[in-house]
Ligand binder design. Structure first.
Ligand code: SF4
Length: 192
């Protein structure tokens, strides 16, 4: 069959594609069309970039597969989420690259006082250090009575800020735990 360039392109974009040069390409195109998210596991999450908190679906391959390390194939807006109903702004649409970025931190780092280099530490050590600093700071800055002698029992040396992906339940626990330490400076990204 003799085809010029325009006729070839016309035929190539016709659906269903059949019998170009004597070959039926329909099965090959059907398989290519489902490759991207076929056999993925979907996880619902929240975009971490801003306080709008759009819902996203993360498609992952390899979580239940032998001989395949888990990796993210695609991230899209969650059509069932009441905030964004499937849409994402350009920042949210780049989330896959945020997850797969090789410069992303995946473990705690510690820089000792006076040191210029960061070193890897375990989560256990990091949590112990944070707990120790909280205790020392609270002990040093706790105020039992104000200038007029009234009991206030507050810690003025600590503050906390919640992130945009925190749920109501997470924020409830955060506020309860901070109030139990006497922390009065509480903020949340969705108010900023
Ligand atoms: S998708 Fe855009 S608007 Fe939605 S939370 Fe992410 S950054 Fe904010």
């Amino acid at each position: 069959m003799a085809l010029n360039r325009r006729e070839f392109l016309k035929l190539s974009s016709a659906a269903p594609l059949v019998s170009i040069l004597g070959l039926d390409l329909t099965p090959a195109f059907a398989q290519a069309g489902e490759l991207k998210i076929s056999r993925t596991i979907q996880s619902r999450s929240t975009c971490p970039y801003c306080s709008v908190s759009c819902g996203v679906i993360i498609h992952t391959r390899g979580r239940d597969e032998k001989n395949l390390a888990p990796y993210v194939v695609h991230v899209e807006g969650d059509p069932d989420h009441p905030i964004n109903r499937g849409t994402l702004c350009p920042k949210g649409a780049t989330l896959k690259h945020y997850i797969l970025n090789e410069t992303r931190l995946t473990k705690p780092l510690y820089r000792a006082p006076g040191a210029s280099e960061w070193t890897d530490i375990s989560w256990k050590d990091a949590i112990e250090k944070i707990a120790r600093k909280i205790k020392e700071t609270r002990d040093a800055t706790f105020v039992e009575k104000d200038a007029q002698g009234r009991t206030v029992n507050r810690c003025e040396g600590l503050a906390t800020i919640g992130g945009c992906t925190d749920t109501n339940e997470m924020n409830y626990l955060l506020v309860k735990s901070m109030r139990s330490l006497g922390v009065v400076y509480l903020e949340q990204q969705s108010r900023i």
